[in-house]
Design a protein around this ligand. Sequence first.
Ligand code: ADP
Length: 424
Amino acid sequence: MLSNGVKRELTWLIGIVWLTVALSWITEAWTFWFVLLGCGYVVRHLWSMHRFEKWMQGDIDIHEPSSGLWSELCYLVSRKQRALEKHAELNFYRSEQFKAASMLLPAAVISVDKKNAIEWLNDQALDMLGLRAQDKGLRLEYVIRNPEFLSYYKANHYQKPLTVRLNNARVFEFKVIPYFETHKLLIASDITDLYNIASIRRDFVANASHELRTPLTVLHGYLELMQDMPHDDQWSMPLEHMNNQTVRMSAIIEDLLTLSAMESDSIDAEFGPVDVPSILNPLMVEAEQLLTERHTLKFEIDESLTISGFAEPLKSVFTNLVSNAVRYSPEGGEICVKWYKENEFAYFCVSDEGLGIAPKHLPRLTERFYRVDKDRSRVTGGTGLGLAIVKHVLEKHGSYLEIESTLGQGSTFCCKFALKPSIN
Ligand code: ADP
């Protein structure tokens, strides 16, 4: 199929040939008419080409060749140009809409290009982060100089936001969202009030727990003394109950203090190489001495596998998971503890054939005082804080708890540690 332009041009050509033949036939001057009309045809093309070029360069406004190929070309180019203009207008409208919306956000928004230069920033970035409009075009590192922020930004791991206190004493949560493969959007929210409330809560829990420790120790001491002293039989049972409850309260207080220490980053331990087998071997002996009457315990430990981390907190992770497996398994169930290496990771897994957990509880298990079965937890001496501690310790090691469980069949709790870890 011929295109419209070529069809139009052919119509013209046939018209000219027809005219040439007619005029030549009437005047019998064939050569004259052929040369004249041929030259006219060529000149018309050259003129149209010249006008077209000028129009494309923008030197003349409208180019409307009378007919033929050039008219079609002009029409097509104008149509394409109109579509492009519409597209550009739409893009411009969208980007203006985005800018207007982000001006209303209660957060500082900064967009940076592939060279980390600031392309655009909203008014809140000026107010909250103390940036200036002239900072546009400067590299982000030159305008936000906080060392913690810089190492977070350079590390290129943006899964978790960064919380940091800037020089203006405000606490910000920074999120970095890469886009277009080369660009990044930085969103900073002022969370000072939330942060202060959280630290007041943390301090309150830590102080209250600390203050309760001494009176409870005194109470516990006296109760033990009273148990040892000659007393009426009717007091034996209440004294034993009271003693057990003080032991339980002490355990809750110790766990609350451990959690507070985790949250406030004041871990009483050094980050360094941890010989996990040397923690697990005594744990195995302890567990076997105490529990083998009721359960079968199986330990599979890679004796050469060590990791970097905080030794004491890790010990509490392993103890908590093994003790849970024992406490939530009926008599005779098998408990399997594994410490092994796979690819570049070390795994600590505890499987049991116990009660199992319904799927609806799984997301909430690591919340403080969350218990699937409150009565059983109390009877077995649980504080309701074990898995919350596990979660916090694992976070400090850049790890998390994976739980697989089937109600009535058993559970597997696994922690995965990178062999080249980083402190969080
Ligand atoms: P607790 O001191 O009550 O055991 P944890 O934080 O250690 O508190 O555990 C939270 C809840 O998770 C427990 O109350 C229990 O219902 C459930 N749970 C933990 N481990 C297991 C397990 N191995 N099998 C079944 N349920 C478990």
